[in-house]
Every structure is written in structure tokens, then in C-alpha cells.
Design a protein around this ligand. Structure first.
Ligand code: PLP
Length: 391
């Protein structure tokens, strides 16, 4: 189907709730996507930190075909081998204290589960979130998404359970906890908020205050998890372990799956019937996510994300000047803040066959597949250099 026909179909039948670019892809391989004319695009967006192994990775394709030919879905009324094996693999790559998994289907759902677990476990009703955060679009996840543009018009669906503190403001954090605080939720690096890293002091203070006040620390690893930042999980940059983490996005490499991990003790709060979901941890989704972990491990992608990301960021930092104000992130989660020309750079990159994403108004975000080649990253740097020279 040509692009014009697709646009007509989209405009006629789909909710118009996405600001879509006029681009459509027919297939992908590795870090490249292709449109119907055969044009190649280097994909530095990766479905927004989702396609962790790129497109059509042979291990994912083989697992999907093999598992789909045997068993796609059975209810969580029964024991599911693939789900149990995936839980074991996740616990194995996690530090002690993250000992059990509960599977869901998306990041928002993982955060809803994390919040329910925290309030039920503590018997308290308040949650502290960080200004400018993004935790998803379902009701409770939206309430802790501290950005009015997402919440506007939905107030009646959200409870009054959240307090917000500025990112990296340790003093405000100290004043925010009280006897009703069930949990604090933090993104180790804010993604949608503009690739803004949480400081070590802030994260560790949150850990200390949660311990002191009997609250739970939730690390939202939906975007930062599964090797993206050069560690398996973003919180590992801070040397402390949260009580609950939420995962989704890169976990299934493009196949929808999410989960929470917690300690054995905290997990016991969810007794049979207290929480669940029909599709969570289906044999197919679990088998694919397990294959993704195996590839990340066997190809050393966590370490390589750290090395490649650091080199790329060091290169981009040389562009800091009149237009580029800051380069930040960790591993292959990189943000380059610009004064006014982020959209123009996005257009320029597209002309050169590179997909990048602009978030939080003026931040160029790059979250490529973890197995992106060095030559592709060099190409992006060259294109950025070229753009800066032109303006
Ligand atoms: C940190 C974080 N948490 C939660 C979500 C929501 O995930 P989903 O869109 O899968 O519901 C996102 C999505 O961008 C995210 O970046």
C-alpha cells in the first residue's frame, strides 16, 4: 500500500490521538528499517527503547515461530513453563532482594501493579513521584506522571494520592515523606521528560528515607531496564536496591510484555485473587522475552551499551555551544538538549536516512537497538556534526 492510500485509511478509521510522521515501514533488519520504496533508515528510536535486538533478530523470529506453533496462550489458572523460566532468568540477572516476578503487558500496567503492591503491603495511601516524570497513561500511572499536559481532562479518574518533588532536590524529598507514605517512585533516568538522570544522592536519599519511614522504593525501569543504560537496570548505577522495579519496553524486544520484580516478602502481599491479568506472561510473550535475555547475555550487550554509549556521548559533548546546551544519559539512552533546533535536526537526520526522536520539546533522544553497530553510531555523529556546521 502506498503512503497516500495509507494516510487516507488512517485518517478515515483510526483515532487521531498520535502525532504521526508521514513515514511507514514495510520491514526491518538489525538497526535498519525499510519503506515501500526500499529506502533504508537507521533506526535510532527503536520503537522508543523497545526493539532492543533491532528488527527481525533471528533468535526472536525462531522463538516466535517455534512457540506459536506449539502454544500461544493459556490462562494463569495453570502453571506456565515459559513464564517460570523467564522469572528465573530475570531474578538471576537482578541483585538479591528482587526475587520474584509478576508479569503484565505494558509499562503502565507494570506501574499500576507496583503501586497496588506498595499500598497494600504498607497499608498506607500516599505515593511520592518526581516532577516531569512519565509512568504511563492508565489512571494511577497517570496520577504519578507529574506533567499536566498528560493529566489534563482526566482528573476525575485519578485519586488524590500523589505528592510531587523536583528531580534531584534532596531537601524537598526529605520534607515529602510522612507516616502515610506508601512508596516513592523514580525513573533512574527520566525518559519522556527529556533524558534527565536522577543523581546518585537523590536516589540514595530516597532509599534511606523509604527505609527510615517504612515506605517502599519503586524504580520505574520501563525505559532504563534490560541493559539500556549499560547496566541491566538503571538503579544499579546508584549501588542500592529498590523494593520493586517495573519493566516493559525492551524486555520483549518488540513483543508486548511487562513485569514487576520484588522481594519474596513484598510479593506475598499479592495472595491469590488480589491482582492478575489475562494475558500477563503468556507462553509466547514469555518465551520471546527469555530469548531476548539470552541474546543480551550471549552477545554481551549490557557491557557494549555502556562502552558504545559513553563514546557516543563524549563525541556529542564536543558539540556543546550556542545551540547544543547539554548531552546526558547513560549507555544507549542519550539525550542532547538543544536551544531551538531539535526539530530541524530531526528533519535533517531524516533526509540522511536516520530516525531520531525529539522529546520534552527540545531534547533529541537516541535509544537505538543495543546491538547497533559502531559504524551506524559514527554515521549519526557525522550527520550531527554536519548539521552544526551548516547552521
Ligand atoms: C519510564 C516509563 N514508564 C512507563 C511507561 C509506560 O509504558 P507503556 O507505554 O508500555 O504503558 C513509559 C513509556 O514511555 C516510560 O517511559
Amino acid at each position: 500500500m502506498d503512503l497516500e492510500t495509507l494516510k487516507k485509511l488512517d485518517n478515515a478509521f483510526l483515532f487521531q490521538n498520535y502525532g504521526r510522521q508521514d513515514l511507514a515501514f514495510t520491514h526491518g533488519r538489525g538497526e535498519f528499517l525499510y519503506d515501500e520504496t526500499g529506502k533504508e533508515y537507521l533506526d535510532m528510536v527503536a520503537g522508543i527503547a523497545v526493539n532492543s535486538l533491532g528488527h527481525s533478530h533471528p533468535a526472536m523470529t525462531a522463538t516466535i515461530c517455534d512457540q506459536a506453533s506449539r502454544l500461544v496462550h493459556v490462562s494463569n489458572l495453570y502453571r506456565i513453563k515459559e513464564q517460570a523460566e523467564l522469572a528465573e532468568a530475570l531474578v538471576e540477572v537482578s541483585p538479591e532482594g528482587l526475587d520474584r516476578a509478576l508479569f503484565v503487558n505494558s509499562g503502565a500496567e507494570a506501574n499500576e501493579a507496583a503501586l497496588k503492591l506498595a499500598v497494600r503491603h504498607t497499608g498506607r495511601g500516599k505515593v511520592i513521584a518526581v516532577d516531569n516524570s512519565f509512568h504511563g497513561r492508565t489512571a494511577a500511572a497517570l496520577k504519578i506522571t507529574a506533567q499536566s499536559k498528560y493529566q489534563e481532562g482526566f482528573g476525575c479518574l485519578m485519586g488524590e494520592f500523589a505528592d510531587y518533588v523536583p528531580l534531584n532536590d534532596t531537601e524537598s524529598l526529605k520534607g515529602a515523606f510522612d507516616k502515610d507514605t506508601a512508596a516513592m517512585i523514580i525513573e533512574p533516568i527520566q525518559g519522556e521528560g527529556g533524558v534527565r538522570p536522577c543523581s546518585e544522592e537523590f536516589f540514595r536519599t530516597a532509599r534511606d528515607l523509604c527505609d527510615e519511614k517504612g515506605a517502599l522504593l519503586i524504580s520505574d525501569e520501563v525505559q532504563t531496564g534490560m541493559g539500556r543504560t549499560g547496566e541491566w537496570f538503571g538503579f544499579q548505577h546508584y549501588g542500592v536496591v529498590p523494593d520493586i522495579i517495573s519493566l516493559a519496553k525492551g524486555m520483549g524486544g518488540g513483543f508486548p510484555i511487562g513485569c514487576i520484580l520484588s522481594s519474596d516478602d513484598v510479593s506475598k502481599t499479592f495472595s491469590p485473587g488480589t491482582h492478575g491479568t489475562t494475558f500477563g506472561g503468556s507462553p509466547l510473550a514469555s518465551a520471546v522475552a527469555l530469548a531476548v535475555i539470552h541474546v543480551i547475555e550471549s552477545e554481551g550487550l549490557v557491557k557494549s551499551a555502556a562502552v558504545k554509549g559513553e563514546a557516543m556521548m563524549n563525541g556529542l559533548k564536543k558539540l556543546i555551544g550556542d545551540e547544543v546546551t547539554e548531552v546526558r544519559g547513560a549507555g544507549l539512552m542519550i539525550g542532547m538538549e538543544m536551544k531551538t533546533k531539535a526539530q530541524a535536526l530531526q528533519g535533517h537526520a531524516l533526509e540522511k536516512g536516520v530516525l531520531i526522536n525529539v522529546c520534552a520539546g527540545n531534547v533529541v533522544r537516541m535509544v537505538p537497538p543495543l546491538n547497533v553497530s559502531q559504524s551506524s553510531l559514527d554515521k549519526v555523529s557525522d550527520i550531527f556534526n554536519d548539521f552544526m556546521e551548516k547552521i
